[in-house]
Design a protein around this ligand. Structure first.
Ligand code: FES
Length: 105
């Protein structure tokens, strides 16, 4: 397990990008749960964001790919709209220990 960050590093209702061992990740704090995915859109295998830490749609209810607008459910990573519908983000297993978040790559 590798320490990623503290839970307080991820804004509530928001997202934060990381790079660990050359792998781009996105961590989200949504409804008091932490979700972590590989930051790679299944449509073109490119990062989801154009601006640092900007991963969500306008209403902050879905992860949105900045390139062609695919929308993904925050809690499952499932694509529900866009060119890769029914595909999904690659979930990264993690464990919260106290305030610290550890991931398994
Ligand atoms: S690269 Fe993400 S929707 Fe096309």
């Amino acid at each position: 397990m590798i320490k990623l960050c503290s839970t307080s590093d991820i804004p509530e209702g928001g997202a934060k990008g990381f790079e660990v061992q050359g792998k781009k990740l996105v961590a989200l704090n949504y409804r008091d749960q932490i979700y972590i995915y590989e930051n790679s859109c299944p449509h073109r295998s490119i990062p989801l964001e154009w601006q640092p830490d900007q991963f969500l749609d306008y209403e902050k209810t879905f992860i949105q790919c900045a390139t062609h607008g695919a929308l993904f459910k925050i809690d499952t990573g499932e694509c529900i709209a866009g060119p890769c519908v029914d595909d999904q983000l690659n979930k990264i297993e993690h464990r919260c220990q106290g305030d610290e978040i550890y991931i398994c790559l």
